[in-house]
Design a protein around this ligand. Structure first.
Ligand code: ADP
Length: 295
């Protein structure tokens, strides 16, 4: 609802700007027809018209940018408040239950397991927010990184986090490839892609990861899943900060919309790029992270 309202006001300001420019041009044409003999007036008119049009364009750009900034702040507050509050509320509820009434051992262990899961979720949200904030300010800690080893580590971590077997999350390593990069950032990028591939898959999870050289001295890391897929118009949008594909899935699957923004920033900072491929909802997706190879 709010997003639709914002889109309408953006469209309104663009239409207003275009309308005002059209009126200016009309006025000017009329004015030229009336004064076509007086050269000086014509010259002054051209300048005045150019200034007016530039002013209107500037004004419209400024308004649209401000609305977009507001929109991002709202999205941040919505996503982050929910992701911070929910696990804390859940932990508090279990602690209260444990404090108020006797709970048998099995139930107690179950409560501990849920509380640990909630605190992991809280930690990962905080880590995502801090990483996003640090992105611009932190300098890269560059070193030679063996991509195979790095991806293998991420795959193992994701498997143990989501209790997956090697068949559900497989890594095909063709050959050893080195890149010049910041291992902490590259790891965060790969982990985000793997986490998404699992999060947006329906059981049985089938995620394939590969890293292979491509032309122009680059290496392509491909993460393919057979999950929910992505509508074509959303393929670029999903890399925006706080953006989540709207619909019932966004409420069902937890997230802040920061993961892919982090992946894109990491790719850019390393002279690479990232993009998503999908034939649409229900067809799975592939994310490709391309980085320059270190010779
Ligand atoms: P989050 O997962 O926290 O919402 P991301 O920035 O990682 O944030 O992803 C943005 C959006 O892109 C997600 O909300 C989801 O709609 C979509 N998305 C990301 N990865 C996948 C995937 N592997 N399959 C389908 N949709 C995906």
């Amino acid at each position: 609802m709010v997003v639709a309202g914002r889109q309408k006001s953006i469209a309104f300001f663009i239409a207003l700007g275009a309308g005002l420019i059209a009126i200016c041009v009309l006025l000017y044409v009329g004015w030229v027809l009336l004064n076509w003999r007086t050269g000086v007036l014509l010259f002054l008119g051209v300048i005045l018209l150019a200034v007016l049009i530039a002013g209107v364009v500037l004004n419209t750009t400024f308004l649209v940018r401000e609305i977009r900034r507001n929109e991002q702040q709202d999205a941040f507050i919505n996503a982050v408040t929910h992701e911070l509050k929910t696990p804390v509320a859940s932990i508090r509820l279990y602690l209260e239950t444990l404090q108020k009434r006797p709970v048998d051992d099995d139930k107690r262990q179950e409560f501990y397991r849920i509380m640990l899961q909630d605190s992991d979720r809280l930690l990962s949200t905080i880590e995502q927010i801090l990483r996003t904030g640090r992105m611009g300010a932190r300098r890269l800690n560059l070193a030679r990184v063996d991509l195979g080893v790095l991806i293998d580590g991420c795959v193992q971590r994701t498997r143990s986090l989501h209790h997956l077997n090697p068949e559900s999350l497989a890594f095909d390593q063709a050959e050893s490839i080195d890149v010049l990069g910041d291992s902490e950032e590259l790891e965060a990028a790969v982990l985000n892609l793997l986490d998404n591939a699992v999060k947006y898959s329906k059981p049985p999870v089938r995620v394939r990861v590969s890293a292979a050289p491509v032309p122009d001295g680059k290496v392509a890391i491909r993460v393919s899943d057979s999950g929910v897929g992505i509508p074509k118009p959303e393929l670029k949008q999903i890399f925006k900060r706080f953006y989540r594909v709207p619909g019932p899935l966004a409420t069902k699957v937890k997230g802040t919309g920061l993961g892919l923004f982090i992946v894109k920033s990491v790719a850019k900072r390393h002279g690479g790029r990232v993009w998503a491929e999908s034939e649409g909802p229900g067809t799975g997706s592939t994310f490709v992270l391309q980085l320059p190879v270190m010779q």
